[in-house]
Ligand binder design. Structure first.
Ligand code: ARG
Length: 459
């Protein structure tokens, strides 16, 4: 380190090498170069509008920054750790290119509002990408649901076989989760798309800045209201990380189900080769690695959220260098959320469900037991008693190794005299689904309605 630091006016001693390595952020925040340059260009145009720079000077700065971006994108830019972060690397290169005029860019601005702006632009960009990918995932769930409107799945509570549902209904439950996730991202964007530029270090500035002009130039939604909040607020990162965490939670739940369903003891689904792996020692194996990795990566995103919550918990106002720790957790979470959604959208159409296997488990699980109890209740038997009668019938069926529907009328009548020939109309597993006509239930009308609503949401 031979050059003086940009902030080095009052410093007589050099920065310790270990301190330089410890405090630098350019090794990861270089990813903000596009947003930093966009923010600086908007700032320069605002300074010209306010009469602080001539139009020609602003033009020179804007063009100089374009050159810096081209250098970065063509790989000729030399990132310098001694320049600490992306902001100072870019500004110092700008000054090399256009001369002392480059030094005027930082007028009425601090790195505190500068980094907040760059990061907000970045997070907003990533959230828009998440929203797009969430739509893709919802579309794939909807397509599978459409293909399986007639497929029966043993629905579970407590992971015990409970009542038959249509596979479509099960898959549409995930559509609801991911649609909520997309809406949450959309809502979060309202609070991310706020321009903090003009807050300066913490107190505002003596220069006649026009924060609204910067905001309009960048196409953001609104400007900050309090300069101290503007430079110290990282709620937007936390909210984004929470949105990402919930996306991962939902993905992970489905992954867990696929992993279980793909186990040959269930055999409900066959995995696409493109998203599974084999074993190096057991030739018969086909492992659901994509789902396992996704389930595992969920922890990283939760970790990022926890990490950020911890970073801000004891911070006095306003900007503190601790806040530099907001970037790596977000970059890591962004990569994880984005790739997970991509993999899910790619894998979903390749899952082939096996209706016969699902049907075969209905009998073993006595999934029509509720139907018998409801049938008896409809014949006037108090439901609690109907429940007992059905329980006794299940115990007998279990001992006899058959399903309730395999009893004869006479056998069923031994449990209750109220049983008549029409009992067989309700004991069919498909009838259990068909007859659930309550709103939002698994009946065909509700499922068709849900599917139409998802399609409308997608359009
Ligand atoms: N790299 C810093 C960060 O990410 C930029 C802001 C530094 N501001 C300061 N006053 N040192 O937070």
């Amino acid at each position: 380190m031979s050059e003086k630091k940009m902030w080095g006016g009052r410093f007589a001693e050099r920065t310790a090498a270990s301190m330089e390595a410890y405090s630098e952020s350019v090794s990861f925040d270089w990813r903000l170069y596009r947003e930093d340059i966009r923010g600086s260009q908007a700032h320069a145009r605002m300074l010209a509008k306010q009469g602080f720079l001539t139009a020609g000077e602003a033009e020179t700065i804007v063009k100089g920054l374009d050159t810096v971006r081209e250098e970065i994108e063509s790989g000729t830019f030399e990132w310098k750790v001694e320049m600490e972060d992306v902001h100072m690397n870019i500004e110092s290169r700008l000054t090399e290119i256009i001369g002392p005029l480059g030094g005027k860019l930082h007028t009425a601005r601090s790195r505190n509002d500068q980094v907040a702006l760059g990061f907000r632009l970045h997070v907003a960009n990533r959230l828009s990408e998440w929203r797009r990918l969430l739509q893709a995932v919802v579309a794939e769930f909807a397509a599978q649901a459409e293909a399986h409107a007639e497929t029966l799945l043993p629905g579970c509570t407590h992971f015990q076989p409970a009542q038959p549902v249509s596979l479509a209904h099960h898959l549409l439950a995930y559509c609801q989760m991911f649609m909520r996730d997309a809406e949450r991202v959309e809502d979060c964007l309202k609070r991310v798309r706020v321009s903090p530029l003009g807050a300066a270090a913490l107190a505002g500035t003596t220069h006649p800045v026009d924060p609204q002009a910067v905001c309009d130039d960048l196409g953001l939604d609104r400007i900050f209201s309090n300069s101290m909040d503007a430079v110290s607020d990282r709620d937007f990162v936390l909210e984004a990380l929470f949105c990402g965490s919930l996306v991962m939670a939902h993905l992970s739940r489905f992954c867990e189900e696929v992993i279980i369903w793909a186990n040959p003891n269930f055999g409900f689904v066959k995995l696409p080769d493109a998203y599974s792996t084999g074993s190096s020692i057991m030739p018969q194996k086909k492992n659901p690695d994509a789902c396992e990795i996704m389930r595992g990566k969920t922890g990283r995103v939760y970790g990022s959220l926890m990490s950020m919550l911890t970073v801000i918990k004891g911070l006095p106002m306003t900007y503190n260098r601790d806040l530099q720790e907001d970037k790596e957790p977000f970059f890591d979470a962004d990569r994880t959320v984005r790739m997970s959604l991509e993999v899910m959208a790619g894998m979903l159409p390749g899952l082939s469900f096996i209706p016969e296997r699902m049907a075969a488990t209905m009998k073993k699980g006595f999934l029509n037991a509720t139907e018998l109890a409801d049938y008896l209740a409809a014949k006037g038997i108090p439901f609690r008693e109907a429940h007992h009668i059905t329980g006794a019938a299940v115990a007998h069926a279990e001992a006899a190794g058959k399903g309730l529907e395999e009893f004869s009328l006479a056998e069923l009548q031994q449990f209750s005299a109220a049983v008549e020939e029409d009992v067989f109309e309700v004991l069919g597993y498909d009838a259990a689904v068909r007859r659930r006509t309550s709103p939002g239930g698994t009946g065909p009308e509700s499922v068709a309605g849900q599917l139409a609503a998802v399609r409308a949401w997608l359009a």
